[in-house]
Design a protein around this ligand. Structure first.
Ligand code: T5A
Ligand code: NA
Length: 223
């Protein structure tokens, strides 16, 4: 009888929150902290929207309101589908990375898709429709929700540069996030803390999740 080492897959860690809650700061910090622990690359980062792909370029033009008109050339349903397509096209690479044992820290995911579209309050864009479009992509092992009062977020650097950065809208986004938060795998964190304190808390939680992941099969989201 041969002893075969149990293959261990990477852990899928998603960071969510309203604009300026500190997601990109913490995503970079978490990847660096995890890799420093082992002295090897055990974690990489990914972000959505990925503005570098074909779908990402359309999304970037929409968000920065450089899409030709006054910014309304892509309707609400279509931009939602583009954000979902931008995630769908990344799944082969994401699965491959996880299955080779590398953890992935993702800056925004389908939860942003649902929260921002639903917060528009437009007819036909109910939560069920928003979720259905992303159903079946890889389910995160854990979601860190960086919770912050929207007035604190609005006081941070460069707020107001992009389409959705209005405080009343951000308030609706925060409510939508909390509505879809699944207690089974979401951790709601206080994002008013200092960058370092929050980074330490997330490192501790991430390590716990990585140890728990072992070789559990990947699961589809919302199915
Ligand atoms: N969107 C996205 C959808 O509508 N549907 C979707 O499906 C998806 C995926 C772009 C927009 O797209 C929408 C949501 C967004 O409106 P993006 O590219 O992620 O999404 O947005 P960005 O503008 O890049 O990032 P955010 O505005 O969300 O900011 P972050 O990443 O939350 O914050 P971060 O880390 O850049 O920090 C912001 C500022 O705060 C400071 C930082 O130094 C920086 O100046 N800061 C802190 N200050 C004090 N204390 C702390 N703890 C701090 N942490 C950070
Ligand atoms: Na960001």
């Amino acid at each position: 009888q041969t002893l075969v080492a149990t293959p261990r897959r990477g852990t899928l860690i998603v960071i969510e929150g309203v604009d300026r809650s500190g997601k990109s700061t913490q995503a970079a910090s978490l990847v660096a902290r995890l890799n420093a622990l082992s002295g090897a690359v055990t974690a990489v980062s990914m972000r959505f929207p990925d503005r570098t792909t074909q779908t990402g370029k359309l999304i970037d033009a929409y968000l920065t309101q450089k899409d030709g008109t006054d910014g309304d050339s892509i309707d609400d349903r279509t931009i939602h589908l583009l954000f979902a397509a931008n995630r769908a096209e990344a799944m082969v690479q994401l699965r491959k990375t996880l299955m080779t044992g590398t953890s992935v820290v993702v800056d925004r995911y389908a939860f942003s898709g649902v929260a921002y579209t639903h917060a528009k309050g437009a007819a036909g864009l109910d939560i069920e429709w928003c979720m259905a479009v992303d159903a079946g992509i890889i389910r995160p092992d854990v979601v860190f929700f960086l919770d912050i009062p929207t007035d604190v977020a609005a006081s941070r650097g460069e707020f107001g540069q992009e389409r959705y950065e209005r405080q009343d809208f951000q308030e609706k986004v925060r409510t939508a996030f909390l509505d879809i938060a699944d207690k089974a795998y979401w951790k709601i964190l206080d994002a008013r803390q200092s960058k370092d304190a929050l980074g330490e808390e997330m490192l501790h939680l991430a390590v716990t999740e990585i140890l728990k992941t072992e070789n559990k099969p990947l699961q589809p989201l919302w199915q």
